[in-house]
Design a protein around this ligand. Structure first.
Ligand code: PEP
Ligand code: MN
Length: 353
């Protein structure tokens, strides 16, 4: 290994005495040639070592950090390398894991902090329906002490005949309402083709439950420079949720928020079953912020306040709650939307917990 530390590059050759292959000189830069030589050396030295790739990768990433190198890039490069010395070709340290990063990730969006000891409430209607509707919601969210404004513009509806959202027109209303009341905005992006355009306007990109394993979409938001809130698929395990987050992180976007929103079970008295145990499980496995959406879990407004409080009690770092100026007239998810008064009361009660 000594050779590796002493290696430096000069034009036309390597200072440790090794010569560049003649045909490579002039075609491959001296630095790249040195990297190739190191790779060859590493393959010879490292493959017989039976150490687990996880422990090794973790040390390499830590060392890279100390050298001022970007952790996710070091991770990507070395995952390949360590994978070569490992028959399965797979390294198992995940960027989302506490093994990779022990301290909580805190994501700051226009002054609002997600993760760590912060507790954030995202609120708003299921769908943006008009400028007046979203502006009324933004005003009420501000008055009630909420932190970020939600509103669906591209709706992933189970039926193609249900309201599909106002699209980019709705997004403009959401942007306007957010800036008027100084609230960061979050909206769902449905298609990878839309990521760039939505990312230009929204502060946080939401990936909905139905798209949790849309890997092309996950890679696209992973290349964007906006934080991503990833909702758990309705039939997905916690491990699958973490691997979906990994798709985003592996592209270089380190700002991922996870959202538990209920899963499909045999139980029919609620829309989904809120998996509250996912919260402490995730808190122990990952450094990423975890928030809970009791609205889509319950599907009934009367159950939203108790589930919201329970979520906070088990360690969620925030909530996403739907409310509407007139739930009975809502174009989507009316039965689970809180009234303005109920939302305000819930936020007051949460403060006491
Ligand atoms: C939403 O939050 O607007 C939504 C559609 O939720 P989910 O993807 O969890 O069903
Ligand atoms: Mn909804």
């Amino acid at each position: 290994m000594g050779k590796v530390h002493n290696l430096s590059v000069k034009q036309g050759g390597l200072e440790d005495g090794r010569e560049m292959v003649p045909e490579a000189a002039g075609e491959v830069s001296a630095v790249d040639e040195a990297i190739l030589q190191l790779l060859k050396e590493r393959q010879q030295v490292v493959s017989p070592i039976s150490e687990t790739p996880d422990a090794e990768l973790k040390r390499i990433v830590e060392r890279g950090k100390a050298l001022g190198l970007d952790s996710s890039r070091v991770m990507r490069v070395f995952r390949e390398l360590v994978g070569n010395g490992n028959k399965s070709g797979q390294a198992r340290v995940q960027l989302a894991s506490r093994d990779y990063k022990s301290e909580d990730t805190v994501i700051e969006v226009r002054g609002v902090k997600f993760g760590g000891n912060n507790f954030v409430v995202i609120g708003g209607p299921c769908a943006v329906e008009s400028y007046d509707q979203i502006a009324e919601c933004a005003k009420h969210l501000r008055l009630s002490g909420g932190h970020a404004l939600r509103g669906g513009c591209f709706k992933a509806r189970t039926s193609p005949y249900s309201f599909q959202g106002l699209g980019f027109e709705g997004l403009d209303y959401l942007v306007q309402a957010g800036s008027e009341y100084n609230l960061p905005i979050i909206t769902e992006v449905l298609a990878h083709d839309d990521v760039e355009a939505v990312a230009q306007k929204a502060d946080i990109l939401q990936i909905g439950a139905r798209n949790m394993q849309n890997f092309i979409l996950l890679k696209a938001v992973g290349r964007s420079n906006r934080p991503v809130m990833l909702k758990r698929g309705m039939s997905s395990s916690i491990e699958e949720l973490l691997l979906a987050a990994e798709y985003v992180l592996a592209q270089g976007n380190q700002e991922v928020i996870l959202c538990e929103r209920g899963i499909r079970t045999f139980e029919t008295s609620t829309r989904n079953t809120l998996d509250l145990s996912a919260v402490p499980v995730l808190r122990s496995k990952t450094h990423l912020p975890i928030i809970v959406d009791p609205s889509h879990a319950a599907g009934r407004r009367d159950l939203v306040p108790p589930l919201a409080k329970a979520a906070k009690a088990v360690g969620a770092q925030g909530l996403m709650i739907e409310f509407h100026p007139s739930p009975e007239d809502a174009l989507s998810d009316g039965p689970q939307a809180l009234t303005f008064a109920q939302f305000e009361t819930l936020l007051k009660e949460l403060q006491g917990l």
